[in-house]
Design a protein around this ligand. Structure first.
Ligand SMILES: Nc1ncnc2c1ncn2[C@@H]1O[C@H](COP(=O)(O)OP(=O)(O)OP(=O)(O)O)[C@@H](O)[C@H]1O
Ligand SMILES: [Mg+2]
Length: 357
């Protein structure tokens, strides 16, 4: 799997990885959780493969057995060591050792790792003999290692040894232009020809993705699991993603209205949006929009799908078209189109359905 993306920062990182792949220079990969640090480390190795790629999960390196996990042990080195065992460092000899979440490595193991980096040799537990190694060190962390050094949780000398070349993967919210590529990639990996509706994609683009690519991948998988066909709808999105989109527009509108019309006092709807509540009438309006898009404007079928009568549907459409109340009245902000900042209803619907008419 390559490092997907066409945003300038990813294009630059891809080219740096390509240049670095043939060398043995240590590389430190930083970035928030789920930004693709492990994917980048594998790209670095796969571009010019040499020896094995050995991932070492530093977060799990706790307890007395972890030293033997890293460096191996001789037969009889401790009670229960019936056979000699090679450690992960030795397995990586001639290849790449990927120290994942290196910021979580306990201080005593940091000292031992530093020795391997400096002297290119180590001693298995219980052995007097040193083993020489030739390893390419790649480390990743979601932590700010300089801050960890300042706090005394990470050795400064080890930091400098690992930080020869540093690559920082940007969070997904800073490269939203790559989101459609990821959605497409994840959908095509599902085996069927899934597609995503425009309003669902709009909401995906509006969301900030604190869990980055991993969260987006889980979201797409979840949408496929909940969808009833090959077209994935807004209603198939996780609530957090819908709420974020619903919050984004009304917050700005309510803020603007609050500052100008109520002399700075927060208008009524902001309380609802602040706690992540979508007004019920807004949910209803979205359901109607989706039904009409799905039926290409056939109101009879849309009403059937929605489980309401045709006249009820007509009445609701008329309501949506009625002009909003004046903004000076705080209640006015709770009108759906104002709070949600939606485009005029028929415009929005016709934009999607027009080619079919
Ligand atoms: N460029 C990419 N193309 C396709 N999938 C990707 C890409 N980058 C990341 N992913 C997917 O996103 C998820 C997270 O990637 P990865 O494990 O590399 O992130 P990470 O930064 O190491 O996360 P963490 O800090 O949580 O360990 C994985 O499921 C991975 O397959
Ligand atoms: Mg990782």
């Amino acid at each position: 799997m390559g490092l997907l993306g066409r945003s300038p920062r990813i294009v630059q990182i891809r080219s740096q990885l390509e240049k670095l792949s043939a060398s043995r220079t240590p590389v430190l990969i930083q970035g928030e959780s789920g930004t693709g640090k492990e994917v980048a480390a594998r790209v670095l190795y796969d571009t010019t493969p040499r020896g094995h790629f050995v991932p070492i999960d530093c977060g799990s390196m706790v307890g007395p057995l972890m030293e033997t996990e890293l460096f191996g042990h001789t037969r009889g080195a401790f009670t229960g060591a019936g056979e000699a065992k090679r450690g992960l460092i030795e397995l990586a000899n001639g290849g790449t050792a990927f120290f994942d979440e290196v910021g979580d490595l306990p201080l005593d193991l940091q000292v031992k790792l530093l020795r391997v980096l400096q002297e290119r040799e180590f001693r298995p537990v219980g052995s007097l003999q040193r083993v020489r190694v030739d390893i390419r060190f790649v480390a990743a962390t979601h932590r700010d290692l300089q801050r960890e050094v300042a706090a005394g949780r990470f050795r400064e000398d080890l930091f400098h040894r690992l930080n020869v070349v540093r690559l920082t993967l940007p969070p997904l919210r800073e490269r939203k232009e790559d989101i459609p590529l990821f959605v497409e990639r994840f959908l095509s990996s599902m085996g069927q020809r899934y597609m995503i509706s425009d309003d669902a994609m709009e909401a995906i683009l509006a969301y900030d993705w604190p869990g980055n690519i991993r969260e987006l991948k889980n979201c797409v998988e979840r949408m496929v699991a909940f969808s009833s066909g090959l077209l994935l709808h807004y209603r198939d999105l996780p609530t957090g993603v819908c709420n974020a989109e619903a919050l984004e527009r009304p917050r700005a509108m309510a803020m603007a209205a609050g500052a100008s019309a109520t002399g700075g006092a927060p208008p009524v709807p902001i309380a609802a949006v602040e706690v992540g509540v979508i007004p019920l009438h807004q949910v209803e309006r979205r359901a109607i929009e989706q039904a009409l898009v799905f039926t290409h404007g056939d109101r009879t079928t849309a009403a059937q799908l929605l489980g309401i009568g045709r006249t009820t549907l007509y009445r609701k459409l008329k309501e949506y078209e009625s002009p909003p109340r004046p903004a000076a009245d705080p209640q006015a902000c709770s009108s759906v189109s104002e709070v949600a900042g939606l485009r005029p209803f028929e415009d929005r619907f016709l934009a999607v359905a027009a080619p079919q008419v």
